[in-house]
Design a protein around this ligand. Structure first.
Ligand SMILES: Nc1ncnc2c1ncn2[C@@H]1O[C@H](COP(=O)(O)OP(=O)(O)O)[C@@H](O)[C@H]1O
Ligand SMILES: CC(=O)OP(=O)(O)O
Ligand SMILES: [Mg+2]
Length: 406
């Protein structure tokens, strides 16, 4: 995969590939004008069961809401060529596809910045698959399909781990023998593109927050929290893998590691069985026995669903306090991602556990589309919608234009 490249006005495809879904956004980019504008976005969901494409223009107009079940032979690589063709069919005629940017969940210990995809880089990323078995194979599969179908297209990998490389060793080190730490068993942290977007957003729009100590709660299907001191990551709740931290849709968050030894001995669970339990059967789904979707759990009044939500809220509140400790205090709290942006009730319940540190939500402000949701006397609490795709687009353009200038 080699290319010679000159960045001009055109379209940029950003892909965020998960195990059963591929989210995408297409941007118009004009490096000369320093302009990156979303054109349309969408997602392929239900891959492997009942694939479905939905997409809408940046103006809000629906572009697709259709079953792709007949094209679905079970995985991301089988569907991506069709998605690429669909994207190209829907580009304005004067905007050719120029490049692709990808969210790659794990960049390991060495990849501290976005990087051009090369065969060498792909080889390095393949060694990280065991560290992120839920995400990394799908991220790499998407890159390979694009390389096979459009070898002329430059591709950039943006890593969820990269933003956390500013952390001190006390945040990244587990209390295990040093030779294991040296072998890469350390805390990496994830959702870095989301935290980076929030940090940049605060710099521009909320400079007072940006210069302080902020905990950002990225609460989605995968959830983590990050301690941002003057815009740099100093600690985060996810560690070696995307399993550590708070309970998530189907992942448990922190567990006593003794449980794993017990499960292996008592229930003869092997690595595959443990992986399935921890990535797919735990978290909100495991506790409720009903769903991994917070909306579903909030609409029910059975004891197990209630307990799943209670556990999510108290564990998230405890994590906020723990991250505040890593910064020696807290100046503001920010909620983002699916649950953080859209569930006023979960925000209220998490903040209800934080009254003793001076958090006081304003009921009238804590609504959908809210920005600051706390009372004037409270420690400031904000909702900032994240935009990982825009962060990837900015990195991709930066990298391609820098390369071009070199
Ligand atoms: N209005 C809402 N109330 C409660 N939870 C919501 C709401 N809207 C979305 N969610 C939650 O957000 C999750 C998706 O968040 P998102 O950040 O898009 O996740 P991911 O990127 O990990 O797929 C859903 O699984 C659902 O639990
Ligand atoms: C890192 C991670 O958990 O990602 P996602 O929220 O997309 O599952
Ligand atoms: Mg996400």
């Amino acid at each position: 995969m080699t290319f010679s490249y000159s960045m001009k006005r055109g379209a940029l495809l950003v892909l965020n590939s998960g195990s059963s879904s591929v989210k995408f956004t297409v941007f118009e980019v004009d490096p000369g004008e320093e302009q990156i504008m979303p054109l349309f976005s969408g997602q392929l969901t239900g891959i492997g069961t009942d694939a479905h494409l939905s997409a809408k223009a940046a103006t809000g107009e629906r572009m697709a809401d259709e079953s792709w079940a007949e094209r679905d032979s079970g995985d991301v690589p089988a569907l991506l060529p069709s998605l690429l063709a669909w994207v190209e069919e829907h580009l304005p005629p004067d905007l050719p596809l120029l490049a692709a940017g990808h969210r790659v969940v794990h960049g390991g210990a060495n990849l501290r910045h976005p990087a051009m995809i090369t065969d060498h880089l792909l080889g390095e990323l393949e060694t990280l698959i065991p560290l992120a078995p839920l995400h990394e194979p799908q991220n790499l599969a998407a890159i390979k399909v694009l390389a096979d179908n459009r070898s002329d297209l430059p591709q950039v990998a943006c890593f969820d781990t990269a933003f956390h490389h500013t952390q001190p060793r006390t945040s990244t080190t587990y209390a295990i023998p040093r030779h294991l730490t040296d072998a890469g068993i350390r805390r990496y942290g994830f959702h870095g593109l989301s935290y980076e977007y929030i940090a940049r957003h605060m710099e521009t729009h909320l400079p007072q927050l940006a210069s302080g100590r902020v905990v950002v709660a990225h609460l989605g299907n995968g959830s983590s929290l990050c301690a941002l001191n003057r815009g740099a990551s100093v600690d985060t709740s996810m560690g070696f893998s995307v399993l550590e931290g708070v309970p998530m849709g189907t992942r448990p968050g922190n567990l006593d590691p003794g449980i794993l030894i017990y499960l292996m001995r008592k229930f003869e669970m092997d690595a595959d069985a443990l992986e399935h339990l921890l990535y797919h059967q735990s978290g909100l789904l495991g506790v409720s026995g009903v769903s991994n979707d917070m909306r579903v759990l909030l609409s029910r009044d059975d004891d197990n669903s209630r307990e799943a939500v209670d556990l999510f809220c108290i564990r998230t509140a405890k994590e906020i306090c723990s991250l505040a400790c890593s910064m020696g205090g807290l100046d503001a709290l920010v909620f983002t991602a699916g649950i953080g942006e859209h569930s006023a009730e979960i925000r209220a319940r998490i903040c209800g556990h934080l009254k003793w540190i001076g958090v006081d939500l304003d009921k009238d402000l804590n609504k959908d589309d809210a920005t600051r949701i706390s009372t004037a006397a409270s420690l400031p609490v904000h909702v900032i919608p994240t935009n990982e795709e825009l962060m990837i687009a900015r990195h991709t353009v930066d990298l391609l234009t820098m390369r071009n200038a070199a």
